[in-house]
Design a protein around this ligand. Sequence first.
Ligand SMILES: [Zn+2]
Length: 490
Amino acid sequence: MRDQFLAAVAAAFLASTPSSAEVPGRADPQVAELKRSIFVGPSMQTLEALSDGFGPRLTGSDSYRGSADWAAEQFRALGLKNVRLEPFTVPAGWTRGGGRARIAAPEQTPITLESVGWSPPTPAGGIDAEVLWIDDVSPANLARLAPEIKGRVVILDTAKVFKGGAYAAVLDVHAAYEPIKRAGGVAILFPNPDPGNALGEYVDLLTGGKILPLPMAEIGMEETLLIRRLARRGPVRLEFSFENKVTPAFQDPNVIAEVRGREKPDEWVLVGGHLDSWDYGRGAADNGVGATAVLEAARAIAALGRPPRRSIRFVLWGGEEPGQLGSQGYARSHPDEIRRLTAVLNADTGAGRPIGWRVADRPDLVAALKPLAARHLADLDAEAVLDITTCSTDHCAFLVRGVPTLNLLVDRTVYEQIHHRASDTVDKINEVELKADVAVVAVTAYMLAEQETAIAPHQSPAEVAALLKRVGLDESLVRLGRWSPEPPRN
Ligand SMILES: [Zn+2]
């Protein structure tokens, strides 16, 4: 049904011309042309060039840098202004090394196991140790278990440890690493919750590109359950090794380009999506789609030949996966521009059918955006404006500085199945849905840059603090080092 709807939408845009816009208004011919341009445009080819052309784009890898150079070249070829690579710092380089793993006792069975990103390698000769299950990472429980932890591989019962939600619980899990290390634990394993021994679920959101204190890896669901059943009958020993390469701090680039505004060139709408990916699949949904939205929105807006009132800055972020390093670095190094940012748009949820925008819990922004969405996004079935506050992707650095932020909201059914997995490949992407998502980004960016007045004011530090407290993100953001109750010092 939805597919039929979107196909009809696409057909209507393909048949339309700028002069056929039905809703009167000064920007409406441009909006109609943007939609047409995107539905006839090369979104799918751009996504394939990125995802298949460069493959996994792990922060610090040659393929990430190759994709950044390629993206800058695309921006230049589209005639964008001020195209540049801007570096940010990553605390440590990390490359996944080959490994092996098996149950060594009471039977000998190979198992699938993959290192967690930014885990150190296993010691020379690998690890050969009995397992210990831990289902409660509270300091009191870890202190009680310390004698048993010594010399063991700790398997965290992720179903219990994360039952309060991944984002909240990761703080407690992260805080458990040092006590487990001090007690003599040799490694920490994270069972994946999904069938098929799939891997790629567990990411430590707090590494921030720093090397973790102990070797850590993920194991598959069915093999975890086998280990658990064997453990009921007696001790289980695992043998494994992985030879990750760790290198010193380095710099990776964000890719930046602009369409200069015709009346207020020193005010900006920023349109961003991260270019980097994890290293399992080929980063098609996460986040080749978001990067494609940025590149395609840039192409279509530049091709209008009539720039909007304000400038639009297009940014492909690096270092999102290990901890939003590119966007956090950018926000720290551009304090003057942040004061002149009208809004930040972010695309990082794959290419399901569009729904609309998630804005933070800001009634003023919701109220201001709703009429625009109803007028310009309803034909894409994307007029929803939801007051949901998250800080799980690159808008966070701007949200905590008071800038109005909008996160693209799409159906995440497919995304949730392939996110960070080896299965994150372009064959999962529906071309019409991708184009509809791209159109939502381009149209919204154009409208916010074209409006006479800014969509909503910046929040004061006190208002930001109240918002984060209200939605329960204040403590975790302080612990993540992404926000301080004191105004951020740029
Ligand atoms: Zn992402």
